[in-house]
Design a protein around this ligand. Structure first.
Ligand code: XMP
Length: 512
């Protein structure tokens, strides 16, 4: 996509994606590849620099990941981080000691002032360590450029060969000058100009879409979420009336959600959008079903069926556009391999082959924050761009047990109050995702002088960067109090509100 590119080889670190995000924040496009990439493919990417990620292995272990070619002889600068540094030592004639002191958490870095990697950082900064093995013997031609109290060799370099290595993790937030160190690597050492941003992405994406699609027509299914909406706006800019947008109202949307989406398009974007009323199909097929996986499968299949019928009208359409993001792409190529299926996610997968369509995925290279930036640049209003993610199966997986129209209405009301109070408290943008869940549990209460026996509503709010891991959000107690009393007072059918304090892992974000 961009002409200046940094490649990150993944050796299995939990922080690999953060390296890519941080480099991109510096305006330099970065892509992650598995450590096993071939030399020919690597060369074809034409990178301006290479970063070797950390990883959980010891370089001496039999199963340790080793690149398939000499990554240090490619004529471009290399930065090894943690395992990347140890690999450097292992391959270039140094030594790593497994028995040395393990080190986790903060450390004070004492860095060489004149070293280019540490240009303009304070000489005594905090860095984040997370390693078992330590470097004990330097490879020939290298020098030590930083140390900590516990690690006499904390960073090394060989400027002649353009190789740098650090034992700490500059990519994590806790490394106070980490971003500056990465900036020194990509901007000063690799000489990248830093011209990658939402604007430049849009320009090159439009060009690429036009080239790919030619005169064909494209169908885009809009869920109402940020990714598919921004995608539709981008596609429309690229191919105009050759784009056909479809939105299926499943009857499992948030309160007035489909209407809000249609209004957004009518007010802000001059493009056609077809609304398909799917409530009858979805709720009919879900009638009496309470198993979570079965619900997900029914919902997925109903999407496909309704979509197929709608798409028949556009028989010149050869492409199906999808809002696949970079974390989904990396997940399937990462060093750990595709992860086990915890929940079968709904998407329109399976459809393209069935319908003989090609898949168009212009956001395959973007993180969620970047899609938001692209949306803003394309004129999608802030209130929409900053919206929390919403799952394809919608309220269907937030009404535990059997789904009925009455329960949907109860949950829609409670959820709307919850989100409204979060917005009123000015907390919406601090939260990755917040929603209410209707539990199939009744509890006794008293309202006025009357005994009540109604449902329990659980509310959930989490912080996260990508939905892969998450922590529960610590609301000020008075906000929780307001949410609870409003839901109980205003929503008939709920007489008790509980707050979910489960992180992910071990929980998942959704309850089903
Ligand atoms: P979990 O519940 O697996 O969710 O921790 C992680 C993120 O994915 C969203 N999610 C879905 N999104 N189709 C989607 O488009 C789905 O079937 C689906 N299930 C979960 C969830 O809301 C969270 O953001």
């Amino acid at each position: 996509m961009a002409n200046e590119k940094i490649i990150i080889l993944d050796f299995g670190s939990q922080y690999t994606q953060i390296i890519a995000r941080k480099v991109r924040e510096l305006g330099v496009y970065a892509e992650i590849y598995p450590f096993s990439i071939s030399e020919a493919e690597f060369k074809s990417l034409n990178p301006k620099g290479l970063i070797l990620s950390g990883g959980p292995s010891s370089v001496y272990a039999e199963t340790a990941p080793h690149p398939s070619f000499d990554v240090f002889a490619q004529g471009i600068p290399v930065l090894g981080i943690c395992y990347g540094l140890q690999l450097m030592a292992y391959q270039l004639g140094g030594a790593v000691d497994k028995a040395a002191k393990r080190e986790y958490g903060r450390a004070h870095l004492i860095a060489e002032k004149d070293e280019i990697l540490f240009k303009d950082i304070s000489s005594d900064s905090v860095v984040w360590m997370s390693h078992g093995d330590s470097l004990t013997k330097m490879p020939d031609g290298f020098k030590v450029i930083a140390h900590t109290d516990n690690a006499p060799i904390c960073a090394i370099s060989c400027s002649e060969k353009q190789i740098w290595g650090v034992q700490f993790h500059p990519e994590v937030h806790h490394s106070s000058e980490g971003k500056k160190i990465l900036e020194n690597f990509v901007r000063v050492i690799c000489n990248c100009t830093g011209n990658w941003n939402a604007h430049s992405f849009i320009e090159s994406a439009i060009e690429k879409i036009r080239e790919q699609v030619g005169n064909d027509e494209v169908i885009c299914a809009l869920s109402g979420g940020v990714d598919s909406t921004v995608l539709a706006v981008l596609l429309h800019k690229a191919i105009g009336d050759k784009l056909h947008c479809i939105h299926i109202d499943t009857g499992l949307m948030r309160l007035n959600e489909s209407k809000k989406l249609m209004d957004l398009f009518a007010q802000h974007f001059d493009m056609s959008m077809e609304l398909i009323e799917g409530e009858e199909t979805f709720l009919g097929r879900l009638n009496g079903v309470s198993d979570p996986e079965q619900k997900r499968k029914i919902i997925g299949k109903s999407f496909i069926d309704l979509f197929e019928v709608a798409a028949k009208r556009f028989n010149n359409a050869r492409w199906l556009a999808q809002g696949t993001l970079y974390p989904d792409v990396i997940e399937s190529v990462s060093v750990k391999g595709p992860s086990v299926v915890i929940k079968s996610h709904h998407n329109v997968g399976g459809l393209p082959e069935q319908m003989n369509m090609k898949v168009l995925e212009p956001f395959r290279e973007l993180f969620k924050d970047e899609v938001r930036a692209v949306g803003r640049e394309l004129g999608v209003p802030d209130w929409f761009v900053n919206r929390h993610p919403f799952p394809g199966p919608g309220l269907g997986i937030r009404i535990l047990g059997e789904i009925t129209k009455d329960k949907i209405e109860v949950l829609q009301k409670a959820d709307a109050i919850y989100i409204e109070e979060i917005r009123n408290a000015g907390l919406y943008d601090d939260i990755w995702q917040a929603f209410a869940v209707l539990l199939p549990v009744s509890s006794v209460g008293v309202m006025g002088d009357e005994r009540t026996y109604e449902n329990v509503c659980a509310i959930r709010a989490v912080t996260s960067t990508d939905g892969m891991t998450a922590d529960w959000f610590a609301f000020p107690p008075e906000v929780l109090g307001r949410i609870s009393s409003r839901i109980i007072n205003e929503v008939r059918g709920i007489n008790r509100v509980v707050y979910d304090i489960t992180s992910k892992p071990p929980g998942t974000i959704e309850w089903e």
